[in-house]
Design a protein around this ligand. Structure first.
Ligand SMILES: Cc1cc2nc3c(=O)[nH]c(=O)nc-3n(C[C@H](O)[C@H](O)[C@H](O)COP(=O)(O)OP(=O)(O)OC[C@H]3O[C@@H](n4cnc5c(N)ncnc54)[C@H](O)[C@@H]3O)c2cc1C
Length: 435
């Protein structure tokens, strides 16, 4: 049956649900469509859900600081009960270990400017507070088959920056379900097991979406929040050729392993960013440690042409690269015989900074290219996309005069030109998952 709405959101991941919630709060009649059976079953389901503030740009730090405020009172942000309960925010802090291979001074400058709480830690304090960490500077990261891989560190770390309010969300799929319930409470409708196969247009603007089977949902506004499928949807809408920055899918593995004997990492652990070793770490339920890669140059990248077809098996080579490097940092770590963990896709832009923007097709918007680091920003992205859509639909020329948005918790002003599809590649980005 054909339907109509003010807005169709393509994708019920954490960002699609947040955008739908924020638009519904603003009295828009919203329908969210997803080809999977329920909310948060796409790449969101395998997210490490780390909430951190160390981004290389002011905008990155500001958006994560703003969005964290919603995680601090998640049921309050959602404003409605969920029969499944709420995802929890575990405020374990985040430790950025400073290797001599990088300059970390930008973090401190941005934290001061934005208002993120932080502590600079010297080696003595690091040893006292995190006695299970080796304090050698192992940088630059090396592949396990590099002849120098096992060479001992020649120097110590420079120190560390600790942000006590960072942490992680216990269950990213549940958090997305919470947002779905919040959006439904505001009148939003969700349609699952429905694949969008075409983006129809009429008189020079988007006219809605077409589903497999031929049904249509008519709408003057459509938002592409399709995660790693973002380029497929952009191709359907015919907007890719008019974008300077584009997106593509990148395979990513995360490995889970038990904490060393005697270490209760769930209780005393923190998230760790270890650029010298090219890995990041997070405590995981069951006294496990979760480790992923920070995309160091020595690690090959597996770009995926078809996001429906990729190898979902963990690989020995990535397991060894990540786990052997972690064992340099946590020397008592036991190395399991067999890899355990998850494989999923990042939706990566050319400069690893997302695109939150309109397009050349009037009425067609996108929140894409989240580059492995935007789960944490759900509430902030929901707000800024809703404000962007309201402004552009009211006649604002965002391409020549970028919309500025005041964020609700912190009052910080964000210039949305930063996230433009037509920006120059951002020279301040790390060109990795760190953003
Ligand atoms: C392994 C991994 C670890 C990560 N760790 C972190 C982290 O620690 N911290 C952090 O902040 N971020 C992290 N991220 C990134 C974060 O998870 C993503 O940025 C975020 O989940 C993206 O949400 P989304 O809603 O845009 O996309 P998704 O969750 O992928 O949702 C997109 C939805 O669109 C639907 N869809 C696609 N095509 C169609 C179609 N044609 N018709 C209908 N529906 C369609 C899909 O079914 C899917 O449900 C990680 C990502 C991965 C993969």
């Amino acid at each position: 049956m054909n339907r109509s709405a003010d807005v169709v959101v393509i994708g019920a991941g954490i960002l699609g649900c947040a955008i739908a919630f924020e638009l519904s709060k603003r009295d828009h009649d919203v329908i969210v469509v997803d080809k999977l059976p329920t909310a948060g079953y796409g790449s969101t389901s395998n997210s490490c859900a780390i909430v951190r503030f160390h981004y290389s740009t002011y905008d990155g730090v500001a958006l994560s600081h703003e969005s964290a405020q919603a995680w601090f009172d998640w049921p309050g942000y959602c404003g409605v009960e969920d029969e499944r309960g709420f995802a929890e925010y575990l405020r374990c802090g985040s430790l950025v270990l400073k290797s001599a291979i990088r300059d970390y001074s930008k973090y401190r400058t941005q934290f001061e400017r934005v208002g993120v709480r932080y502590e600079e830690l010297g080696l003595d304090e690091l040893e006292e507070r995190f006695p299970y960490l080796d304090l050698g500077d192992h940088g630059p990261p090396r592949a396990p088959d590099d002849p120098d891989f096992d060479e001992p560190a020649e120097r110590d770390l420079v120190g560390a920056i600790f942000t006590p309010d960072a942490g992680y969300v216990s269950d990213p799929q549940l958090a997305t379900h919470n947002l779905m319930r919040a959006a439904e409470h505001r009148g939003c409708e969700f349609i699952f097991d429905a694949e969008i196969t075409a983006i129809p247009t009429s008189t020079g603007r988007v006219a809605g979406v077409e589903l497999a089977g031929g049904h249509r949902i008519h709408a003057p506004v459509v938002v592409n929040v399709a995660g790693p499928h973002s380029f497929v949807i952009n191709r359907m809408a015919g907007v890719i050729d008019d974008m300077t920055i584009t997106t593509r899918a990148l395979r990513h593995e995360v490995h889970h392993l038990p904490s060393p004997p005697g270490l209760d990492f769930n209780s005393v652990g923190t998230t760790v960013s270890d650029s010298g070793n090219g890995v990041y770490v997070r405590p995981e339920i069951g006294n496990h440690i979760l480790v992923g890669g920070e995309d160091p140059e020595c690690d090959p990248k597996t770009w995926v042409d078809d996001p429906d077809v990729f190898d979902r098996e963990l690989s020995r080579s990535v397991f060894e690269a990540q786990v052997f490097r972690l064992a340099k940092r946590i020397p008592d770590l036991g190395i399991p015989d067999r890899p355990k963990g998850v494989v999923d896709l990042y939706d990566v832009t050319d400069d690893w900074i997302p695109i939150y923007d309109r397009s050349t097709l009037p009425g067609f918007y996108m929140a894409v290219g989240t580059s492995g680091n935007q789960f944490k920003n759900a509430s902030g992205v929901g707000h800024l996309m809703a404000e962007l859509i309201l402004a552009v639909e009211s006649g604002h020329d965002h391409d020549s005069d970028p919309v500025e948005v005041r964020m609700p918790y912190t009052g910080l002003e964000l210039d949305l030109g930063f996230y433009s599809r037509n920006r120059e590649m951002n020279p301040d980005s790390t060109y990795t998952v760190l953003g």
